[in-house]
Write a protein that binds this ligand. Structure first.
Ligand code: NAD
Ligand code: USQ
Length: 403
């Protein structure tokens, strides 16, 4: 198949591109390098050094003999999206290309607006390009388990059968997202569902849980093929952060009581899920939703496992939760559809934690200890809201999203 990976310079997009390329697909990658700019803005860097996209692509060709075609541009630029689809003519588009940090979206008004413009407009441009050019292109879109929030009932895969005043229907599952970033994914889901209905597009929304891990079969082949690894208080995700904290002797920063429970998956399973979704496309006009995670853990459980594997001297600190979220809650979410398609999960064993700790140990000299603590507060005071957070620089949000 011809597969276009949007966000192909990112943490998940790059390993996905290599994985699909190695399996015989013709792969193109699209990226604006927005993620690298957030690093400059925040003054942080990937724990594992990453080379630029052109070098990655050259190294992959040299080692595998396979070509991954790069397209540099921004999805909020409609002409670029239309032109790229027209040139590459994909069978499937895997869409990772969004601003994906909840804390980044909560810094201030500018960052919230930037996040929603970047994500929602980028996806809308893509929907229009597919509708105009080839409605058989299968859109595989990365959503998030955080779209559902933490309701006091079981979470289903996208839809819920409801009986109300004697009548029954199957309706989109109610959404209670916890940040302006997570809200952008909800808005995307609605737009994609609507496009499927009116234009007959085929789409799969992958409501992915939190990804951990770093190395894949392909990225391990050469340091130039490594993907990024974020550990800072804005972009680092919880388990990856705890591992960096453990190796640098920093207390593991459990927010609040640590009862927040989330679906998680190994980066290797992200790749497998994308492959399964692409190889089993949605029907024409179908808006299909898969919950993409393999296990659920509370934040406290994750910290305890890391502390136990890393050994004596590792401490856990209950930091006041900078977010507004339930610290203790019911959590049971369905995730059978990808298993039914053949997913064989890689579970979070102590060996997996050990291998993550090894990656962190190898690069510990690159850790900036000042980047570890959380800096973004959901409950901002009125005065702080008025003056914003001091982290300026995105200027006119729409302009920034397009530049
Ligand atoms: P990432 O930030 O490392 O990668 C996203 C890439 O998209 C970056 O390279 C960025 O430059 C690019 N991008 C952003 N906006 C763009 C635009 N307008 N035009 C072109 N390129 C653009 O993020 P990631 O961790 O690889 O996540 C990829 C996707 O998966 C995101 O949509 C995210 O919401 C979703 N997701 C991630 C996780 C996780 O734990 N990492 C979990 C669930 C869902
Ligand atoms: N947390 C801590 N300590 C930390 C960091 C986080 O206790 O040092 C807690 C948070 O309060 C939260 C949970 O861990 O309750 C998860 O936080 P996270 O930063 O690991 O993940 P999140 O903000 O939810 O976002 C990440 C990705 C996002 C993706 C989402 C999947 O950045 O792109 O959509 O995971 S999900 O959580 O299912 O919505």
């Amino acid at each position: 198949m011809r597969i276009l990976v949007l966000g192909g310079d990112g943490y998940l997009g790059w390993p996905t591109a290599l994985y699909l390329s190695r399996r015989g697909h013709d792969v193109g990658v699209v990226d604006s390098f927005a993620r690298r700019q957030y690093d400059f803005e925040m003054g942080v860097d990937s724990l594992v050094p990453i080379v630029h996209l052109q070098q990655r692509v050259r190294r992959w060709k040299e080692l595998s003999g396979l070509t991954v075609e790069p397209f540099v541009g921004d999805l909020t630029d409609a002409a670029f999206v239309t032109g790229t689809l027209g040139t590459f003519r994909p069978d499937a588009v895997v869409h990772f290309a969004e601003q994906r940090s909840a804390p980044y979206s909560m810094i201030d008004r500018q960052h919230a607006v930037y996040t929603q413009v970047n994500n929602v407009v980028g996806t809308l441009n893509l929907l229009y390009a597919i509708a105009e050019q080839d409605r058989d292109v299968h859109l595989v879109k990365l959503g998030t388990m955080g779209e559902y929030g933490t309701p006091n009932i079981d979470i289903e895969e996208g839809y819920l059968e409801i009986t109300h005043r004697g009548r029954t229907d199957v309706l989109p599952y109610p959404k209670q997202p916890g940040s302006f970033y997570h809200l952008s994914k909800v808005h995307d889901s609605h737009n994609i569902m609507f496009a499927c209905r009116i234009w007959g597009i085929r789409a799969t929304d992958l409501n992915q849980g939190i990804v951990y891990g770093h190395e894949t079969e392909e990225t391990k082949l050469h340091p130039d093929l490594a993907t990024r690894f974020d550990y800072d208080g804005v972009f680092g995700t919880v388990l990856n952060r705890f591992c960096v904290q453990a190796v640098t002797g920093h207390p593991l920063t459990v927010y609040g009581s640590g009862g927040q429970t989330r679906g998680m998956l190994n980066i290797l399973d992200t790749l497998a899920c994308i492959e399964l979704a692409v190889e089993h496309p949605a029907e024409r006009g179908e808006f299909r939703v898969f919950n993409q995670f393999t296990e659920s853990f509370s934040v406290k459980q994750l910290a305890e496992q890391v502390a136990e594997v890393h050994g004596p001297g590792t401490t856990i600190e209950n930091v006041e939760d900078p977010r507004v979220e339930k610290e203790e809650h019911y959590y049971r979410a369905a995730h059978t559809k990808l298993l039914d398609l053949g997913l064989v999960p890689h579970l979070l064993t102590d060996d997996v934690v050990r291998s993550l700790l090894e990656v962190c140990e190898r690069h510990r000299d690159r850790v900036d200890p000042t980047a570890i603590r959380p800096t973004v507060e959901w409950r901002q005071t009125a005065s702080r809201l008025a003056t914003a957070s001091g982290l300026h620089g995105r200027g006119d949000e729409v302009g920034a999203a397009r530049s």
